[in-house]
Design a protein around this ligand. Structure first.
Ligand code: ADP
Ligand code: MG
Length: 404
């Protein structure tokens, strides 16, 4: 028996190591929500991330029925969001046939699944072609569950959603975590249970409102909270600074103040930018300059952290034993505003300790920096990673079989 995986407050949950898979039909939820340009997959990281689980199920002689969503078809069949290109890529990566089915429920699908031999793989059509998926409709979940003897959940990226294929099916068949799920939960779990100290979290990105919950709960966990990116603007605003044309959320200034007060009361260090890179607009080729954080010109936007801030943040990060980073320090998509984000990525890469980066844009920034292989764990989860770090229960994990 494995040690299983731990949800936030729950008992340990069983993984695919804990169940006999031979000849079993496995309804396996994966996250193949890959970026596409037309019918071409532009990044197959998520397909690759599922391979350890799919290969293991094959080796163990299971009959594998894979299910995923792709994009936002909003409960209708959208031909450009069919999973055929995904099936093709998966087949290449596995060097094995992947039977692409054109629906996810119904007699034809059931027939095709009944014909699977041990070790064979089928991929259902995009589950979000059915509005019942996101509504976690019980009857739809029952029909999906009819395709498996057991449920395997390897879709960490949707574990924070209670949908039919991510949680609903577990009412009908027993659910086990796949290896990607296990890896994510173990890595993120390390941040929550006795992390090596000092523990430094760096939170950036566009808006405070996206990440208020995670800011508040991280403040309880960490020794130092570093705030950069667009959301730092609202903190600076709350201190009475004029922020010019910068992205700000005046109705979150009070929340920002509360977080700053809480940091003082609990003796935690909270770092904000002391200087900023400003420009008239987040566009290439515009004139940029560096100003003190309290001197953003009225007609300018703060679009990156300045050199003094990069040094301050990097020095703090250098002393850390545990690091969690989510959210770029500036508009890193546009060349003149990516310096701060890249310097923070470098600082984290050089930490002698356990480092975790999560979030779609943050991962893109780490890739851009060339330091991706120097980070202990790159979390594929986005919203799911943040909710887990926030201490929330994830339905896709809670629904799994208890161990012991
Ligand atoms: P992640 O996807 O890693 O969770 P977010 O989506 O929260 O990150 O934030 C990334 C976005 O924040 C990027 O599109 C970036 O351009 C934007 N951003 C960062 N700093 C600023 C800023 N100062 N002003 C406006 N947008 C910003
Ligand atoms: Mg993002």
């Amino acid at each position: 028996m494995s040690a299983g995986i731990k949800g936030v407050t729950s008992v340990a949950k069983a993984t695919i190591r804990d169940v006999d898979l031979r000849d079993k039909r496995c309804f396996c939820r994966v996250d193949y929500n890959v970026p596409m340009k037309g019918q071409e997959i532009t990044d197959d990281t998520r397909i690759r991330a599922s391979l350890p689980t799919v290969k293991y199920l094959m080796e163990q002689g299971a009959k594998i029925v894979l299910a995923s969503h792709l994009g936002r078809p909003k409960g209708k069949v959208v031909d450009s969001l069919r999973l055929d290109p995904v099936a093709q890529r998966l087949s290449q990566l596995l060097s094995a046939e992947v039977k692409k089915l054109d629906d996810c429920i119904g007699p034809e699908v059931e027939q095709a699944v009944a014909e699977l031999q041990p070790g064979q793989v089928a991929l259902l059509e995009n589950v979000r072609f059915y509005p019942e998926e996101e509504k976690n409709d019980r009857e739809f979940a029952r029909q999906l569950a009819a395709l498996g003897d057991i449920f395997v959940n390897d879709a960490f990226g949707t574990a924070h959603r209670a949908h039919a294929s991510t949680a609903g099916v577990a009412e009908f068949i027993p659910g086990y975590a796949g290896f990607l799920m296990e890896k994510e939960i173990n890595a993120l779990g390390k941040l929550l249970s006795s992390p090596d100290r000092p523990f430094v979290a760096i939170i950036g990105g566009a808006k405070v409102s996206d990440k208020l919950g995670v800011l508040e709960s991280l403040l309880d966990q960490v020794d130092t909270l570093i705030i950069g990116g667009g959301m730092a603007n609202t903190f600076l605003l709350a201190q009475g600074y004029g922020m010019g044309k910068s992205l700000i959320e005046p109705d979150r200034a009070e929340d920002a103040l509360r977080i700053m007060e809480k940091a003082v009361e609990s003796g935690k260090k909270l770092l904000l930018p002391s200087d900023l890179v400003v420009a008239p607009a987040p566009e290439p080729g515009v004139p940029v300059k560096v100003v003190e954080a309290d001197a953003v010109p009225e007609d300018m936007m703060a679009l990156d952290i300045g050199p003094e801030t990069r040094k301050l943040f990097s020095e703090e990060i250098a002393g850390a034993k545990t690091v969690f980073w989510n959210g770029p320090m500036g508009v890193f998509e546009v060349e003149p505003f990516r310096g701060g984000t890249l310097e923070i990525a470098a600082a984290i890469a050089h930490v002698d300790g356990f480092t975790v980066v999560g979030g779609g844009d943050s991962l893109a920034a780490v890739e851009l920096s060339g330091y991706a292989d120097k980070i202990s764990h790159l979390s594929t989860g986005g919203g799911a990673s943040l909710e887990f770090v926030e201490g929330k229960k994830l339905p896709g994990i809670e629904c799994l079989v208890d161990l012991g």
